[in-house]
Design a protein around this ligand. Structure first.
Ligand SMILES: [Zn+2]
Ligand SMILES: [Zn+2]
Length: 383
């Protein structure tokens, strides 16, 4: 699997399209210009192919965070193929391995530990998957839409990236003739909705494997390199909240808070209201909260202990450990009551009291930490 060889088809096609998008598209734009209609179609193609990957490839097929009817699946299977990032089955196989073996340079297909360029694009240039093991996607091999898409992947790719933009360019010319003639309507549409969109969509998705493992915050866990990054969420339809996603990969949401930008979540949720998607998996609030609080406590304790490492202050150390343990117990009691509160009236009435006790214990732990140093990890709010 680690044997290094190059997939020349991937290397040449991705490099060539990138160079052409950076040269021919701006040259053509300056010489002939692009119309509002062409940019509008470009926008639709960006969203359709981008969400083909996020709503379809990633959250539906790779992680099975919800179920969808045949129409919904077919739409995202088509646009996912147009995004030209491999078939659903191959993409999901790699992605499931990415989660299972994250940061393992031998087993994670795009391990961020191998550096930005490897996780961004070199892993695609280097044909690292010499095995033909599809053991982790048996469910997808039994899905007729996934199998059909695998079989007709290349024809769909050609239709969506070349024939469809050119055809829309032709129709656009008939409806609203281009000043430079019909040929230019078709060329211009191909250049923006085909070529430029193809390259931008590639690199925006690739940023999740590279930048979202390098740049951003880690509010949930540091067990791997994944990060939450608002700016990446903007160009990836919500996939930038990657630390949350690696912590709770079965949740159909990546931006879990109401104010976080996650259009993929909104599409899946809207689909459920229209009867097209179902069984949307959500982590419970108490689970997410518990994870954040617990992670903050461990980070604070470790940072304070680090400060005390070279100092002979057993009473401070003891105070720190005692207040941490008491806070941890209060957190567990509060979480347990919240977990049971949906079905048990007694637990429901206990939640308020336990929360007050938890906040008091947190204050004591914070005071112990702050007596040693100014803690950079501010406590997350209880939600
Ligand atoms: Zn994932
Ligand atoms: Zn990742």
């Amino acid at each position: 699997m680690t044997e290094k060889k190059y997939n020349w088809m991937n290397t040449i096609s991705l490099s060539l399209t990138f160079v052409l998008a950076c040269t021919v598209v701006p040259w053509y734009g300056m010489k002939y210009g692009f119309t509002g209609f062409e940019w509008t179609v470009f926008g639709f193609f960006m969203v359709f192919t981008g969400t083909g990957i996020t709503v379809g490839y990633h959250r539906l097929w790779s992680h099975k965070t919800y179920e969808a009817n045949a129409l919904f699946q077919s739409w995202f299977a088509f646009w996912g193929a147009v995004a030209a990032q491999n078939s659903i089955i191959a993409w999901s196989r790699d992605h499931r391995d990415h989660h299972k073996f994250v940061d393992n340079n031998d087993k994670d297909p795009y391990s961020a530990k191998k550096g930005f360029w490897f996780s961004h694009i070199l892993w695609i240039f280097q044909d690292t998957r010499t095995d033909k093991d599809y053991g982790n996607v048996k469910d997808l091999l039994a899905n007729k839409i996934c199998v059909f898409q695998e079989k007709y992947y290349m024809p769909i790719l050609v239709v969506g990236n070349f024939i469809l933009p050119v055809a829309i360019g032709y129709i656009g010319h008939v409806l609203d003739p281009h000043p430079n003639g019909m040929i230019h309507s078709m060329i211009a549409m191909f250049l923006v909705a085909g070529l430029l969109r193809f390259v931008l969509n590639h690199h925006f998705t690739f940023f999740i494997n590279s930048l979202a493992h390098i740049w951003g915050a880690q509010p949930y866990a540091k067990k791997d390199t994944s990060r939450d990054n608002f700016f990446l969420a903007l160009v990836t339809y919500g996939e930038g909240y990657h630390n949350f996603h690696h912590t709770f990969q079965s949740d159909y949401r990546n931006g879990v808070r109401a104010w976080q930008f996650d259009p993929s979540k909104w599409i899946i949720w809207t689909g459920s209201k229209l009867g097209m998607t179902s069984k949307l998996k959500r982590m419970q609030k108490w689970q997410i909260n518990h994870k954040r609080q617990e992670f903050w406590g461990v980070q604070s304790l470790e940072a304070a202990m680090e400060q005390l490492k070279t100092k002979d202050t057993p009473e401070l150390k003891s105070k720190l450990e005692t207040t941490y343990e008491e806070w941890k117990q209060a957190l567990e009691a509060w979480t347990a009551a919240r977990r049971k509160s949906k079905t048990c009236q007694d637990s429901k009435s206990q939640v308020g009291d336990l929360q007050t006790a938890l906040l008091a214990k947190r204050d004591e732990f914070c005071a112990a930490v702050n007596s040693i140093f100014v803690n950079p990890h501010s406590a997350p709010a209880l939600g």
